[in-house]
Design a binder for this molecule. Structure first.
Ligand code: MIG
Length: 824
């Protein structure tokens, strides 16, 4: 045993001994490692503290810990085993420091305490345990179970780093982005290593994206941990030990942010203040997208486009998967299948279709191919540590791969889209950027990356490769499109990826189980800071029947990103492929998507501007109700609409839990009390959808694509409530960045009713004036006989009650107060 040096804490507790013995045995079983001593070290007693502005440095004589007050609610912790911190650089968090009102350090007998107005971070002197307490309730939100520790990595340099925290009884966990299986993460173990996971299964791990951020909820309160480390990382939520939660990684710095709630919504919003929100997408991107591997030749594309228009099924985008290229060479066209792409794209655009094309990272090794030549001449491709190029086989055959972690490469790559943009391409789809390589899976660990000047091996850069690719795509398109909003979609990514594009969940399967997986995945991405997400509607591989496809379209109508996609070897898969009654139902739900477009667009704005997620699982609506920690089917779409997809074959009804408050069934207008479960009818032509009482839901006329028609009037659906509810309605030009200069209109509606009156108020803000003049009202659920309608003091005679018992009238869009009066 003498070659095993145990330094640091005197290890008395059994758990730690078990851990050491186990890692020792593992170590001895590995013939390479067995020759070297392992050194597993723990922080020991705190010996000194030093303050530098909002940073506090604690030392045990050898190792140092930095505790940095980022804001009143966010505190960052970093560990430096030999007191030398790594350069402070992160792809996820562009700017660390935010506003803090006050903070102070207290030197108590047993601990140091750094307190902001909201939270206190305590560092126990005796053993360096770190904990976070909510000031108001004195509740300990998160607390070390053992001190932070590390192990040298003799092969690569650096350390394996570990944090182990207490897992409180009844504590549940949510987030981590791209995971399959149940929403609640408790009792499970996860790994983050971006992986091309074709036809992944329930609970398969890891998948395509890495988002090392989770929210813990216990004692009715929530907090978050963001472990900003790009190496292969691991999370254990009480699996190995019911009372411990740990996270660790194969290198890099032990650096994490504690993010305070107390509500899960606060945690996610604050996480987005660190990693950013999604920019406003071009409005058309919220429409329906049709994709296929692949539509070619041109006649096929036209046939699909005509198929939508001739059947009056709305669609905004058509995708070109890899086969549009010449021998899978990115930025080229197969001239046999697409003799005049410019003309074709123009014709599609004239018919209201946006063209989205795929671009992969693998560049064919071919000295007659300009992209390869430029990359080679400028040394833009990734190299192995012994200086050979990183080569691997992908679709084009032998390929080399740009190092997207190099800013010069990103700039170059962004410019390569010029010709496509000139031709009229409106969006770009980045695939295979885990990065995926046939056979090997991905790059070997020794591949070197620039990492924006903070050089490293593929171990460090792997998980950010895809994010840096889509970043380069997004930034390049933004320049080329002269500040029109780009549309980009990526498969791989890392925390913060939402600043550069939307995502789809990868190669799913046409099965009912995958419909469930996808429903949870989109919600999980949403509470992990990535709001603009969707699944391949219908399932990528395999064959859905009409029922499954229609149920998937219904769910997809409420996914922030709505795209049907299918693999090349499957049967035709357009919304009309299954005949009636499916075609009509699919049309009805795609139309619903377009009718609700102004609502979705407003919800997107609330995300972009204020950090609210678009999809909100029930735990986020009512975290204090522990049964919601286990409910994962129904979700809120924005804060006004509750959706419960039908996930079972043959179902014609299902139970739905409605959160507290009152809810209108969108189909029947029946008013139901929340805080309960209800059995709801759901024959194939409907899906349970509920609107919160008091909501104002703006609606546009159905269009075959966004912008097809001028909006002459906006329909305001107003749902009566006997309490006060606020709603937002956002509008702007829809495709520029003028909103950054405050050129938009934000309307706030307040609805308040009693048993004889309903009051509707509107407040206008912003510098944008929409073109229409009129609101058309549809008032639902008024419990009294209407005697008077008064708009801004003037009585309106022109109102009526329609056959669904809704009160209908019109007014100028600039009203301030409407009063609906019953008998006095
Ligand atoms: O090796 O481009 O996930 O959406 O259709 C497969 C062909 C490569 C994987 C993507 C899928 C896409 C397919 N791609």
């Amino acid at each position: 045993m003498e070659e095993f040096e145990e330094q640091g804490n005197e290890i008395t507790d059994n758990e730690n001994i078990k851990e050491i013995v186990e890692s020792t045995i593992q170590h001895l079983n590995n013939p390479v490692l067995a020759l070297k001593p392992i050194v597993k070290k723990y922080l020991t007693r705190v010996q000194e503290v030093r303050q530098d502005g909002n940073k506090f440095f604690f030392s045990d004589g050898e190792a140092s810990v930095e505790v940095r007050v980022v804001s009143n609610e966010i505190i960052r912790v970093r560990l430096a085993p030999h007191s030398v911190f790594l350069e402070d650089f992160s792809y996820a968090v562009p700017v660390v420091d935010q506003k803090v009102s006050t903070f102070r350090l207290d030197d108590e007998e047993d601990y140091y305490a750094i307190a902001t107005n909201t939270v206190t971070c305590k560092i126990r002197k005796e053993d360096f345990h770190i904990s976070f307490t909510e000031n108001l309730s004195q509740l300990v939100m998160s607390e070390d179970a053992s001190p932070m520790h590390w192990e040298e990595n003799a092969d690569f340099g650096g350390y394996y780093v570990f944090a182990t925290k207490k897992c409180f009884p009844e504590e549940n966990f949510f987030g981590l982005g791209d995971k399959s299986g149940n929403m609640n993460l408790r009792g499970r173990h996860f790994q983050n290593w971006n992986t091309d996971a074709y036809s992944f299964g329930w609970d398969q791990d890891p998948l395509y994206r890495t988002i090392p951020f989770y929210t813990g909820v216990h004692q009715k309160s929530a907090y978050g941990i963001f472990f900003d480390n790009t190496f292969r990382s691991y999370f254990d939520f009480g699996k190995e030990d019911n009372e411990k939660t740990s996270f660790w990684s194969d290198g890099g710095e032990l650096q994490y942010y504690y993010i305070h709630g107390p509500h899960m919504m606060d945690v996610v919003k604050r996480y987005q203040t660190l990693t950013g929100t999604h920019p406003m997408p071009p409005k058309w991107a919220l429409g329906y997208h049709q994709c296929r591997w692949s539509y070619y030749p041109e006649t096929k594309v036209k046939e699909i486009a005509d198929g939508f228009r001739s059947r009056d099924i709305p669609c905004d985008a058509i995708y070109f998967d890899i086969d549009y290229m010449d021998g899978y060479r990115c930025f080229t066209w197969n001239k046999k299948h697409f003799p005049d792409p410019r003309k074709m794209i123009k014709e599609l655009a004239d018919d209201g279709f946006k063209t989205v094309v795929m671009i992969d990272p693998g560049i064919k090794v071919d000295d007659n191919y300009w992209v390869f030549k430029e990359g080679k001449e400028n040394n833009y491709f990734c190299r192995r540590s012994d200086d050979y190029f990183m080569e691997g086989h992908v679709w084009p055959g032998r390929c080399q791969f740009p190092d997207f972690t190099n800013p010069a490469v990103r700039e170059w790559w962004g410019g390569l889209y010029k010709e496509l943009v000139d031709m009229g391409v409106a969006g770009v789809w980045n695939d295979m950027n885990e990065p995926a390589v046939f056979g090997a899976g991905t790059f070997p660990n020794d591949v070197r990356h620039n990492y924006d000047g903070h050089r490293g091996s593929h171990r460090k850069a792997h998980n950010v490769y895809g994010m840096q690719m889509v970043r380069s795509t997004y930034d390049g398109l933004k320049k080329l499109m002269r500040n029109k909003r780009p549309f980009t979609i990526t498969r791989a990514g890392y925390a913060g990826m939402q600043r550069y594009g939307c995502v789809w969940t990868g190669d799913n399967v046409a099965s009912w189980e995958h419909l469930k997986i996808g429903n949870i995945q989109c919600q999980r991405m949403s509470v992990s800071g990535v709001p603009f997400c969707g699944t391949d509607i219908g399932g990528f591989s395999g064959e859905p029947d009409g029922e499954l496809f229609t149920r998937w379209i219904q769910l997809g109508a409420f996914s922030p990103f709505m795209r049907a996609h299918s693999a090349g070897d499957t049967a035709e898969r357009e919304p009309w492929s299954f005949g009636e009654p499916y075609t009509a139902i699919n049309r009805k739900f795609i139309e619903l998507r377009y009718r609700l477009m102004p609502y979705l667009y407003s919800v997107f704005w609330e995300h972009h501007r204020y950090g609210f997620p678009i999809l909100r699982p029930l735990v986020m609506l009512e975290q204090e109700n522990v049964s919601n920690h286990f409910r994962q089917d129904e979700f809120a779409y924005g804060d006004k609409i509750l959706v419960c997809p039908i996930l079972e074959q043959g179902a014609i009804s299902r139970t739905v839990y409605l959160p507290k408050g009152q809810w209108y069934n969108i189909w029947t207008h029946e008013l139901l009390d929340g805080g309960n479960e209800h059995l709801v009818d759901a024959p194939l032509e409907t899906m349970p959808i509920f609107i919160k009482a008091g909501s104002v839901i703006p609606e546009y006329p159905v269009m075959q694509y966004v912008g097809e028609k001028n909006v002459d009037e906006v329909l305001l659906n107003i749902f009566y409530a006997n309490y006060e509810v606020n709603s937002f309605f956002f509008e702007d030009h829809g495709d520029t960045f003028a909103y950054e200069q405050d050129i938009y209109s934000e309307k706030k509606f307040t609805v308040k009713g009693n048993d004889r009156r309903l009051l509707i108020q509107q407040k206008l803000e912003g510098l944008y004036t929409p073109n229409y003049e009129t609101y058309n009202y549809n008032l639902i659920g008024i419990p009294f006989g209407v005697k008077k309608v008064i708009v801004d003091g003037l009585e309106i005679k022109d109102y009526f009650t329609d056959d669904r018992n809704c009160l209908r009238f019109k007014s100028n869009k600039n009203f301030s107060v409407i009063q609906i009066q019953g008998d006095i």
